[in-house]
Ligand binder design. Structure first.
Ligand code: SAH
Ligand code: SF4
Ligand code: F3S
Length: 469
């Protein structure tokens, strides 16, 4: 076994690989913290690891196929090191539970998103020759007291998880089954984590939750509706707008972002709070999923096309240049050609800066899988997705072309992927900007004059360091 000794304590090496959404990447930092307290240090690569954790995603079938492929490739690691422990954590672990142990013989540990405190014990059980599983979901766990270990961080941006789970039950979605009931984290612990990041010289935090606009703290425990709180709980409760304000005030020199907003729950109060504090970025990820009200109803999204567009108007009335992005699903069950066209016109009307676009993938056990047949043939889904991508690209290109000549304050995040001579960063509105390094440094805000544009990126020249707030 690959062991090392640090200050007399036996340490073992842990390698974590994360898949899926930002919440999963944020969870891996919690996992590293829990394992760190039990003598595990981060391995440089999978080959020197004693324990490999795959923190998995189950959102679409292809996400799970990727993990299966990865597990196949890990067989040779196990052949070379029979003591190697392989754990599957996260949403796929929660979805498949002990089936995963039956199906994937090389997996030693299976742990769901609410059982990470149990990981050191589960790993110890494996060392004794057993295989170990904990997939219990919790109504209280937020890991709020832990100090995440920042993994693969650029040192500029950090994720801060503000809530867990989701109570929405959108019919297509596996998340309520893999992450359990919604619960909010103590705002004081969130503020403490942000202050800690500020003191470590991070420049930006992204507050994370599946539906941040339903954040509500009233003393802990499972979610309750605001009107069901006692008068004292109501008086001392903290909603998402309050939380944003607390965080913005605690770190006035840091950029504050958040994700994801549900169109049904986003309030004027949240957008007014964004407008009030210059360090809260003018950017909202507001997944529509479809532009057709009947399809939205079948998806159980609880809003119509008109409601969605009224939220876009509300946002742009308060913050005219607000960056807005979207998630879209192509070929949901029963979607007609005409209904698909409504999604294309929604993209044009809403003028999204960009979208994450997917083909519908049926997830076993979800309301949609029970209620509908997955009746749109694969090639039709593909064609509809191509339509959506084409229209979104046209909108993005036009929007970016209109930005040529303007000056944006850009926070430098690191080297541009394409050239070591260029920096890459983002504007307040979350537009990606690339420009020559010159005298500027990582972590600086720079006023950049835009000279060229592609669908996804603005290219410009740094003018001077700027102090945006
Ligand atoms: N909580 C977020 C979304 C989390 S999942 C929200 O409600 O907006 C991220 C995205 O994956 C979703 O917005 C949706 O567009 C997509 N998605 C979820 N389930 C899917 C499925 N079964 N097939 C295809 N895309 C899916
Ligand atoms: Fe899934 Fe809907 Fe919850 Fe988002 S809001 S995680 S799409 S159930
Ligand atoms: Fe995937 Fe789970 Fe996130 S299913 S998208 S990792 S919440």
């Amino acid at each position: 076994m690959n062991t090392a000794t640090v200050e007399g304590v036996q340490t073992r090496k842990l390698y974590i690989e994360s898949y899926g959404c930002a919440m999963n990447f944020s969870d891996s930092e919690i996992i590293a913290s829990i394992m760190g307290e039990h003598g595990f240090v981060q391995a440089q690569d999978e080959y020197e690891a004693d324990v490999i954790f795959l923190n998995t995603c189950a959102i679409r079938d292809n996400a799970e196929q990727r993990i299966r492929e990865r597990l196949k490739r890990l067989r040779s690691n196990k052949r070379k090191n029979s003591d190697l422990i392989i754990g599957v954590l996260g949403c796929m672990a929660e979805r498949l539970k002990d089936k995963l142990l039956e199906e994937e013989k090389l997996v030693d540990v299976v742990a769901g998103p609410d059982s990470y405190r149990d990981l050191p014990k589960l790993v110890a059980e494996v060392t004794d020759g057993a295989r170990a599983i904990n997939v219990l979901l919790s109504r209280e766990e937020t890991y709020g007291d832990l100090n995440p270990v920042r993994l693969n961080s650029n040192g500029i941006t950090a994720f801060v998880s503000i809530m867990r789970g989701c109570d929405n039950m959108c019919s297509f979605c596996v998340v309520p089954f893999t992450r359990g009931r919604e619960r909010s984290r103590d705002p004081q612990s969130i503020v403490r984590e942000v202050i800690d990041l500020r003191d470590q010289d991070f420049k930006e935090v992204i507050l994370l939750g599946q539906n941040v606009n339903s954040y509500l703290w009233f003393g802990g425990g499972p979610k309750k509706e605001y009107k069901k709180l006692t008068p004292l709980e109501q008086e001392t409760s903290v909603d998402f707008a309050n939380l944003l304000e607390m965080v913005a005030l605690a770190a006035p020199k840091m950029r504050i972002r958040y994700s994801t907003s549900h169109p049904r729950d986003i309030t004027e109060n949240v957008v007014l709070t964004m407008a009030k504090y210059p360090n809260i970025c003018n950017y909202i990820h507001l997944p529509a999923q479809s532009g057709n009200s009947r399809v939205l109803d079948a998806m159980s999204r609880n809003y119509t096309r008109e409601w969605y567009l009224s939220k876009i108007t509300m946002i742009r009335d308060i913050i005219p240049n607000c960056g807005i992005s979207c998630d879209i699903i192509a070929g949901f069950c029963t979607e007609t050609e005409e209904e698909h066209t409504d999604t294309l016109t929604l993209i044009e009307e809403a003028q999204f800066d960009f979208s994450y676009m997917y083909m519908y993938s049926e997830r076993p056990g979800t309301p949609a899988a029970k209620k509908f047949t997955d009746d749109i043939p694969e090639d039709l889904k593909k064609r509809r997705l191509q339509d959506i991508i084409r229209v979104q690209n046209e909108v993005s290109k036009t929007k970016n072309n209109n930005r040529i000549g303007q000056v944006y304050s850009v926070l430098i995040e690191g080297d541009s992927k394409k050239s070591p001579n260029d920096w890459v960063g983002r504007s307040d509105e979350n537009v990606v900007v690339v420009f020559p390094k010159e005298q500027f440094e990582k972590g600086m805000y720079v006023d950049v004059q835009i000279e060229r544009a592609t669908t996804t990126t603005l290219i410009g020249k740094g003018l001077n360091e700027s102090i945006p707030f």
